[in-house]
Design a protein around this ligand. Sequence first.
Ligand SMILES: [Zn+2]
Length: 516
Amino acid sequence: MHRFVFFSFLVVASVFAVELSEKRGGLCFRSDDNHTPAKWKRLAEVFEKHDFPLCASLNFVMGAPRPGWVQMVKDLQARGHEVMDHSPNHRVFQMRFGSDEAAAAMLGKPAVDHVSGSNVYFQYRLQKDAKPYGEGMARVSGNLFKPTGGGEVKRWRGIPFLRFDGVEGVFLLASQRDDGSFELRSFWGEGNVDLDAEREVRYHRLTKEQILSFPDALRVQAEAVRAVCTRHGLALPTTWIQPGGAEPVLWRWDVAAVFGKEFGYTSGATYPDCSLKCFNEYDPDGDRRFGMQWGNFIEDGQDLEWNKARIADGVARHYVMIGHSHLGGPAKLGGWEGTLKRTDELLSWCRETGIPVRTQTEWARILYDLKTDPAVNVFPALGMDRDANGVPDGLSLGWGVKVEASVAGTVLVATRSGKICMVNRLGGLEKGENQLRIAVEGALGSSLQTQVRFPGLRSAQAAEVTIGELGKAVLDCAVVVPPKASWGIVTLSCQLAKGTSLRMSQPVLSMPPVKR
Ligand SMILES: [Zn+2]
């Protein structure tokens, strides 16, 4: 039987409008690790009640054989939630295969160091010119390590790797004993270390960021996840999430090179130098989308008010914020049930106050693919107080400054000289020349000062306007945003004629033409 395929080419004459981003910040709720389908279902129901998506970061190879897991992923995907790749077995330098035979077949493959049972252990390498986190002398013997000369190993759980002069390989600090010595394990955590008879050696500590993986190891993992999806008819994940634990952590460019370029992933979460996730973030290599780490708000570990305050403040300054959940919660906040309730309340508040909630994949597209509308006023709205704390979101107010509603909108009233307000780390700025416009009312001789700073980029710009006899003035100045700036600090202050006050209306900071 022949099948004829006809291609028709449609020439569309109309001009499509380019989709521009309004630079509206928002939220992504990410929950990690494999939990029972029943737990995921309950969480999904909370999100579906508010018509918002959740993001589930799962270990595909570990999860797939478990009862109900595949159907759960299908259901989540069918309902518009995002299922993310959290590595095959919650490890990057080690992978458990389905059988000893499958693992043994990996021996001799690129990036494979050794195989034991069904586990494949991947090679690692040290970052070039890695400066040791700390170094000193230690006595070692067998699998024991003890710093000498009063040396103390600080934060050893967070920075657990070290190497020794004259000894090959990197070792992992395991438990510390009462006498101050540590048990040494292999780089991968195996209990097979034997450094021979006792002697003194020089040690160099290494941070998790200084130990790197090989692209071939990541390829094996991406292929394993893809194979699970193909076998079970699941949609392929498009987001890679760094698993936590004692292992070294990947850099965003390593994730981008393999998962992004070769496997079509569009974003990721990595720890070192993670992305700011604000609009117009400086991104010369186009890989910031692979550093979208979580923890900007913590719905499973902090109470509702804490979360609302953080979210309101970040969203007002044009940031995308990613939550944090392991489908549990501290007992003092009601455990898992408390987290469900808090999540429900947060989502309901997002609906009421117009905070968008999207998947990470969708946010990556909006943040890093879309062009921004330069005419949007990026100065936080004085009338916006989503967390109802009496302070406009995104601002900190000076002493004695009041917020007043007026027919012309919300104004700030300064009753003494000094700071009116500050916006720290304001995102969404357009690179190049912007316009800052602020109208004030007050007594003759009172003045308004503005300062916009870009710390680290040696740029600070100041302007001033003085009120004349009409009792009004408009400050209108240029603010040049350096090409490398992702955010700036805006400070507004005043000098008042004695015994008077000053009213400041909504500042406008945008690229002309100004949108009012
Ligand atoms: Zn995890």
